[in-house]
Design a protein around this ligand. Structure first.
Ligand SMILES: *Cc1c(COP(=O)(O)O)cnc(C)c1O
Length: 235
């Protein structure tokens, strides 16, 4: 299938899952996870109706930016971000979805202040409590969210999660439900900022429909649009 056909199919599946859950399909936006894809492929996806691209690697993103690959779409950073690379990301992307520590939050604030901009961010939650994964623990989330909401050069837009790799279809649905509860809790606790907090980013190729059923507003899909990637590290 072509990329255009895949984009249409994934969007149709998102809309069907939304309707099934009594949601307006217009509340959900597809983020194309474009890691390892060429600038040419990214342009093809945007021409096919992708409105947001999500990148994981700073260097790869910089190369594609220099080739204007994302023109016509918004750009989100969705990968693990080291503080020493914050300068290459803040102000260059519409949203950093993967802020998973106070240390990184502080670094983003400092860089955004230098540029005199307000950077949109999501806080990444380690919803599976996995030692190997980045992201803030559920216990640390509310204090960090309060801090983020109070920083002058940060606009907290919501939460993001990457649950454990699922073996069986449906296995991650309870994590998505937990994320929806955390999202509602944060909105309630930070009621001054509630109109800004409108993004819940969860769901990938194997489980985005379940994520939509549980309230996702952003789903990050790679393989279902572009086909399988080479194993990590060999790209
Ligand atoms: C690669 C990636 C995705 C998409 O994964 P697929 O399984 O290929 O859809 C989503 N989110 C993040 C953070 C990713 O790195």
């Amino acid at each position: 299938m072509s990329i255009a056909e895949n984009v249409a199919k994934v969007k149709a599946n998102i809309a069907a899952a939304a309707r099934e859950a009594g949601r307006d399909p217009g509340e959900i936006t597809l983020v194309a996870a474009t890691k390892v894809q060429t600038a040419e492929t990214v342009r093809e996806a945007i021409a096919a109706g992708v409105a947001i691209c999500g990148e994981n690697r700073v260097q790869e993103m910089a190369e594609k930016l220099s080739r204007y690959a994302y023109d016509g779409a918004r750009l989100h950073f969705i990968g693990h971000l080291q503080t020493n690379k914050v300068r290459q990301v803040v102000g260059r992307v519409d949203m950093i979805e993967s802020v998973g520590s106070e240390h990184l939050l502080d670094a983003v604030e400092i860089q955004a202040a230098k540029l005199d901009i307000v950077q949109d961010i999501l806080l990444e939650v380690n919803i599976g409590g996995e030692a190997s994964k980045s992201g803030v623990s559920q216990a640390a989330l509310l204090p960090l969210a309060r801090k983020a909401a109070a920083l002058p050069h940060i606009r907290l837009r919501g939460l993001m999660a990457i649950p454990p790799a699922a073996g069986e279809p449906g296995e991650n649905r309870h994590f998505f439900a937990e994320m929806r509860h955390l999202f509602v809790d944060i909105r309630t606790a930070l009621d001054d900022n509630v109109s800004d907090i409108d993004c819940l980013s969860m769901g990938m190729s194997g489980d985005y429909e379940d994520a939509v059923r549980e309230g996702a507003t952003l789903v990050r899909v790679g393989t279902a649009l572009f086909g399988p990637r080479p194993p990590m590290g060999q790209a």
